[in-house]
Design a binder for this molecule. Sequence first.
Ligand code: ATP
Ligand code: MG
Length: 247
Amino acid sequence: MMLEIKDVKKRFEDHMVLDGISLDVNKGDVVAILGPSGSGKTTFLRCLNFLERADSGQMFFEGTRYDLNTAKKSEITALRRKTAFVFQSYNLFLNKNVLDNVMLGLTLGSKIRKQDAREIAVEALRKVGMAERLTSYPSQLSGGQQQRVAIARGLALRPDIIFFDEPTSALDPELIGEVLSVMRQLAEEGMTMLVVTHEMEFARNVSNKVLFMENGHVVESGPSHDFFNHPASSRSLEFVNSLSNFA
Ligand SMILES: Nc1ncnc2c1ncn2[C@@H]1O[C@H](COP(=O)(O)OP(=O)(O)OP(=O)(O)O)[C@@H](O)[C@H]1O
Ligand SMILES: [Mg+2]
């Protein structure tokens, strides 16, 4: 097991947002995290990377134990070296070009040689089909292109796992496909990914596991094939049907 997440709890004031979420992730898994708005998906991902402090919960990642409530800064730094996070909003530096945006994560606080960082960055940009746009600025790119640069920025760090929080939901419909196809390619190459998404075709065809949440609880968790073809609960079935109609 690459990542074992146990019983994550988080409340905002009197609102229990995560009420005991657990998940097992093997190397190469693509986990689609599904659920209605407000079910806690973003909060869950943020707790795993300590962008948010859980009230309680454990995580075992590549043999190391992390307490999601009490982990120290040094532990968090070590964890973040092996993980990458891709947000709905790309969070690129607008005053830096594509190459610099991707190189920045490599050179900041690291002794890597500039030339080496450049090579790694260009390779990551090639992977997402953006190697021709090294000197463009974010404002000169479409949303889909900006998100692909953001993915390259994560890839350049050579993470063992990538967390995506609705990476395509800010995009115009015609730009969604190019980002999903980059993600599909990463999945095919064996990258381990946790993906919060409303893209049911992606969840159905690319993910191998589903975590379906509602009101801070896990409704169903297991192989994607089972979730989509014979969901275990009537709530899952209702959710799958509502989304199929939507698409
Ligand atoms: N910083 C915060 N302070 C108070 N409440 C919060 C905070 N962040 C999230 N919440 C609440 O926690 C609940 C879960 O939010 P979260 O963003 O995790 O949901 P989500 O499943 O990602 O929803 P969506 O699909 O809309 O992105 C919501 O009711 C939200 O209002
Ligand atoms: Mg969210």
